[in-house]
Design a protein around this ligand. Sequence first.
Ligand SMILES: O=P(O)(O)OC[C@H]1O[C@H](OP(=O)(O)OP(=O)(O)O)[C@H](O)[C@@H]1O
Ligand SMILES: O=c1cc[nH]c(=O)[nH]1
Ligand SMILES: [Mg+2]
Length: 213
Amino acid sequence: MSNQFPTLHIVDHPLVQHKLSVMRDKNTSVKDFRALVGEIAMLLTYEATRDLPMTTRTIETPICSYEAPVLAGKKLAIVPILRAGLGFEDGILTLVPSARVAHIGMYRDEETLEPHFYFLKYPKDIAGRDVLIVDPMLATGGSADMAITKMKELGCKNIKLMILVAAPEGVKFIYERHPDVDIYCAALDDHLNENGYIVPGLGDAGDRIFGTK
Ligand SMILES: O=P(O)(O)OC[C@H]1O[C@H](OP(=O)(O)OP(=O)(O)O)[C@H](O)[C@@H]1O
Ligand SMILES: O=c1cc[nH]c(=O)[nH]1
Ligand SMILES: [Mg+2]
Protein backbone atom coordinates (compact mmCIF):
# COMPACT_ATOMS: atom_id res chain seq x y z
CA MET A 1 0.00 0.00 0.00
CA SER A 2 1.31 3.48 -0.82
CA ASN A 3 2.29 5.67 2.12
CA GLN A 4 0.16 8.81 2.56
CA PHE A 5 1.19 9.42 6.16
CA PRO A 6 3.72 12.19 6.88
CA THR A 7 4.94 10.54 10.10
CA LEU A 8 5.35 7.02 8.69
CA HIS A 9 8.79 5.76 7.61
CA ILE A 10 8.76 2.43 5.76
CA VAL A 11 12.10 0.61 5.80
CA ASP A 12 12.10 -0.99 2.36
CA HIS A 13 15.63 -2.43 2.51
CA PRO A 14 15.83 -5.79 0.68
CA LEU A 15 17.10 -7.64 3.76
CA VAL A 16 14.16 -6.38 5.82
CA GLN A 17 11.63 -7.23 3.11
CA HIS A 18 13.04 -10.73 2.58
CA LYS A 19 13.11 -11.56 6.28
CA LEU A 20 9.57 -10.22 6.72
CA SER A 21 8.31 -12.42 3.89
CA VAL A 22 9.78 -15.50 5.62
CA MET A 23 8.04 -14.43 8.83
CA ARG A 24 4.68 -14.03 7.08
CA ASP A 25 4.80 -17.67 5.90
CA LYS A 26 2.57 -19.69 8.24
CA ASN A 27 4.96 -22.65 7.93
CA THR A 28 7.91 -20.75 9.45
CA SER A 29 8.82 -22.33 12.80
CA VAL A 30 8.70 -20.57 16.18
CA LYS A 31 12.50 -20.83 16.37
CA ASP A 32 13.03 -19.17 12.98
CA PHE A 33 10.29 -16.58 13.55
CA ARG A 34 11.87 -15.51 16.85
CA ALA A 35 15.33 -15.28 15.31
CA LEU A 36 14.01 -13.17 12.42
CA VAL A 37 12.21 -10.74 14.77
CA GLY A 38 15.57 -10.15 16.44
CA GLU A 39 17.37 -9.61 13.13
CA ILE A 40 14.74 -7.20 11.80
CA ALA A 41 14.80 -5.33 15.13
CA MET A 42 18.42 -4.41 14.45
CA LEU A 43 17.73 -3.30 10.89
CA LEU A 44 14.75 -1.15 11.94
CA THR A 45 16.75 0.34 14.82
CA TYR A 46 19.42 1.38 12.33
CA GLU A 47 16.81 3.58 10.60
CA ALA A 48 14.95 4.74 13.72
CA THR A 49 18.21 6.04 15.24
CA ARG A 50 19.45 7.76 12.08
CA ASP A 51 18.87 11.25 13.55
CA LEU A 52 20.78 10.68 16.80
CA PRO A 53 22.82 13.81 17.51
CA MET A 54 26.56 13.63 16.90
CA THR A 55 29.57 15.46 18.23
CA THR A 56 33.31 14.98 17.76
CA ARG A 57 36.11 13.78 20.02
CA THR A 58 39.78 14.29 19.41
CA ILE A 59 41.53 10.94 19.11
CA GLU A 60 44.99 9.86 18.01
CA THR A 61 44.93 7.39 15.16
CA PRO A 62 48.22 5.54 14.55
CA ILE A 63 48.85 8.21 11.88
CA CYS A 64 47.62 11.56 13.22
CA SER A 65 45.30 13.50 15.47
CA TYR A 66 41.69 13.30 14.26
CA GLU A 67 38.35 14.93 15.19
CA ALA A 68 36.33 11.73 15.23
CA PRO A 69 32.51 11.71 14.96
CA VAL A 70 30.89 10.14 18.03
CA LEU A 71 27.39 10.00 19.49
CA ALA A 72 26.55 13.11 21.50
CA GLY A 73 25.29 10.90 24.33
CA LYS A 74 21.56 11.39 23.97
CA LYS A 75 19.87 9.20 26.59
CA LEU A 76 17.49 6.58 25.21
CA ALA A 77 14.81 4.37 26.66
CA ILE A 78 13.22 1.55 24.73
CA VAL A 79 9.69 0.56 25.66
CA PRO A 80 8.65 -2.94 24.54
CA ILE A 81 4.88 -3.51 24.69
CA LEU A 82 4.42 -6.94 26.31
CA ARG A 83 4.40 -9.54 25.18
CA ALA A 84 5.28 -9.35 21.50
CA GLY A 85 7.47 -6.24 21.89
CA LEU A 86 9.90 -8.37 23.90
CA GLY A 87 10.91 -9.99 20.62
CA PHE A 88 12.55 -6.69 19.61
CA GLU A 89 14.36 -6.05 22.90
CA ASP A 90 17.64 -7.97 22.48
CA GLY A 91 18.17 -6.81 18.90
CA ILE A 92 17.78 -3.15 19.84
CA LEU A 93 20.05 -3.47 22.88
CA THR A 94 22.73 -5.08 20.71
CA LEU A 95 22.95 -1.79 18.79
CA VAL A 96 22.26 0.61 21.69
CA PRO A 97 23.59 -1.25 24.71
CA SER A 98 23.37 1.69 27.12
CA ALA A 99 19.64 2.28 26.52
CA ARG A 100 17.36 1.83 29.51
CA VAL A 101 14.28 -0.37 29.20
CA ALA A 102 10.73 0.35 30.32
CA HIS A 103 8.23 -2.50 30.03
CA ILE A 104 4.56 -1.82 29.47
CA GLY A 105 2.09 -4.69 29.59
CA MET A 106 -1.18 -4.73 27.74
CA TYR A 107 -3.32 -7.17 25.81
CA ARG A 108 -6.11 -6.62 23.34
CA ASP A 109 -9.59 -7.87 24.22
CA GLU A 110 -10.40 -10.33 21.43
CA GLU A 111 -14.04 -9.20 21.22
CA THR A 112 -13.88 -5.41 21.65
CA LEU A 113 -10.26 -4.99 20.40
CA GLU A 114 -9.76 -2.53 23.30
CA PRO A 115 -6.32 -2.62 24.97
CA HIS A 116 -6.13 -3.66 28.63
CA PHE A 117 -3.23 -2.35 30.67
CA TYR A 118 -1.59 -4.64 33.26
CA PHE A 119 2.04 -3.63 33.89
CA LEU A 120 4.43 -0.66 33.81
CA LYS A 121 7.98 -0.48 35.13
CA TYR A 122 10.25 2.32 33.95
CA PRO A 123 13.55 4.06 34.72
CA LYS A 124 13.09 6.98 37.09
CA ASP A 125 14.71 9.46 34.69
CA ILE A 126 12.53 8.47 31.73
CA ALA A 127 11.14 12.01 31.27
CA GLY A 128 14.62 13.13 30.19
CA ARG A 129 15.12 10.31 27.71
CA ASP A 130 14.21 9.90 24.08
CA VAL A 131 11.72 7.04 23.95
CA LEU A 132 11.37 4.26 21.37
CA ILE A 133 8.15 2.29 21.89
CA VAL A 134 8.37 -1.09 20.16
CA ASP A 135 5.77 -3.67 19.15
CA PRO A 136 5.71 -5.88 16.03
CA MET A 137 2.06 -5.12 15.23
CA LEU A 138 0.09 -1.88 14.83
CA ALA A 139 -3.49 -2.95 14.11
CA THR A 140 -6.27 -0.64 15.38
CA GLY A 141 -3.59 1.44 17.12
CA GLY A 142 -5.30 1.17 20.50
CA SER A 143 -2.32 -0.46 22.25
CA ALA A 144 0.25 1.94 20.80
CA ASP A 145 -1.97 4.92 21.64
CA MET A 146 -2.21 3.77 25.25
CA ALA A 147 1.57 3.25 25.47
CA ILE A 148 2.31 6.69 23.93
CA THR A 149 -0.22 8.36 26.23
CA LYS A 150 1.34 6.75 29.31
CA MET A 151 4.83 7.86 28.25
CA LYS A 152 3.55 11.42 27.72
CA GLU A 153 1.94 11.34 31.18
CA LEU A 154 5.39 10.47 32.57
CA GLY A 155 6.78 13.63 30.92
CA CYS A 156 8.43 12.08 27.83
CA LYS A 157 8.61 14.53 24.95
CA ASN A 158 10.55 12.87 22.16
CA ILE A 159 8.74 9.62 21.33
CA LYS A 160 9.07 7.26 18.34
CA LEU A 161 7.19 4.08 17.55
CA MET A 162 8.91 1.08 15.94
CA ILE A 163 6.67 -1.55 14.36
CA LEU A 164 7.15 -4.52 12.06
CA VAL A 165 3.78 -4.58 10.25
CA ALA A 166 1.34 -1.68 10.36
CA ALA A 167 -2.28 -1.43 9.24
CA PRO A 168 -3.43 1.84 7.64
CA GLU A 169 -6.21 2.06 10.25
CA GLY A 170 -3.65 2.04 13.08
CA VAL A 171 -1.26 4.49 11.42
CA LYS A 172 -4.15 6.93 10.80
CA PHE A 173 -5.32 6.62 14.41
CA ILE A 174 -1.85 7.30 15.80
CA TYR A 175 -1.20 10.14 13.33
CA GLU A 176 -4.45 11.87 14.31
CA ARG A 177 -3.84 11.51 18.05
CA HIS A 178 -0.04 11.89 18.10
CA PRO A 179 1.21 13.81 15.05
CA ASP A 180 4.45 14.40 16.98
CA VAL A 181 5.29 10.66 16.99
CA ASP A 182 7.25 9.28 14.04
CA ILE A 183 6.49 5.65 13.16
CA TYR A 184 9.10 3.28 11.68
CA CYS A 185 7.88 0.03 10.14
CA ALA A 186 8.87 -2.67 7.67
CA ALA A 187 5.51 -2.78 5.89
CA LEU A 188 2.24 -0.90 5.57
CA ASP A 189 -0.25 -3.69 4.92
CA ASP A 190 -3.66 -3.53 3.26
CA HIS A 191 -6.35 -3.52 5.93
CA LEU A 192 -7.73 -5.09 9.11
CA ASN A 193 -10.10 -8.04 8.85
CA GLU A 194 -13.35 -8.43 10.82
CA ASN A 195 -11.39 -9.91 13.76
CA GLY A 196 -8.96 -7.00 13.90
CA TYR A 197 -6.08 -8.93 12.33
CA ILE A 198 -3.78 -7.29 9.81
CA VAL A 199 -4.18 -8.51 6.19
CA PRO A 200 -1.99 -10.03 4.79
CA GLY A 201 -0.14 -9.69 8.12
CA LEU A 202 1.66 -12.53 9.86
CA GLY A 203 -0.95 -13.69 12.38
CA ASP A 204 -0.59 -13.19 16.12
CA ALA A 205 2.96 -11.99 16.65
CA GLY A 206 3.06 -12.85 20.37
CA ASP A 207 1.85 -16.38 19.80
CA ARG A 208 4.35 -16.89 16.97
CA ILE A 209 7.31 -15.53 19.00
CA PHE A 210 6.52 -17.50 22.14
CA GLY A 211 4.84 -20.58 20.63
CA THR A 212 1.65 -20.16 22.62
CA LYS A 213 -0.76 -21.46 20.00
O1 LIG B 1 -3.15 -2.06 17.44
P1 LIG B 1 -3.96 -2.98 18.30
O2 LIG B 1 -5.33 -3.24 17.73
O3 LIG B 1 -4.01 -2.53 19.73
O4 LIG B 1 -3.27 -4.41 18.23
C1 LIG B 1 -1.89 -4.58 18.34
C2 LIG B 1 -1.53 -5.27 19.62
O5 LIG B 1 -1.99 -6.63 19.58
C3 LIG B 1 -0.91 -7.51 19.84
O6 LIG B 1 -0.77 -7.78 21.17
P2 LIG B 1 -1.75 -8.81 21.94
O7 LIG B 1 -2.94 -8.09 22.49
O8 LIG B 1 -2.01 -9.98 21.06
O9 LIG B 1 -0.88 -9.23 23.19
P3 LIG B 1 0.38 -10.22 23.24
O10 LIG B 1 1.57 -9.43 22.73
O11 LIG B 1 0.51 -10.57 24.67
O12 LIG B 1 0.09 -11.42 22.37
C4 LIG B 1 0.29 -6.73 19.31
O13 LIG B 1 1.51 -7.23 19.79
C5 LIG B 1 -0.03 -5.32 19.76
O14 LIG B 1 0.36 -5.04 21.09
O1 LIG C 1 -2.60 -9.01 13.00
C1 LIG C 1 -2.43 -8.79 14.21
C2 LIG C 1 -3.18 -7.82 14.92
C3 LIG C 1 -2.93 -7.62 16.23
N1 LIG C 1 -1.99 -8.36 16.86
C4 LIG C 1 -1.26 -9.29 16.21
O2 LIG C 1 -0.39 -9.95 16.81
N2 LIG C 1 -1.50 -9.49 14.90
MG1 LIG D 1 -0.91 -11.52 20.78
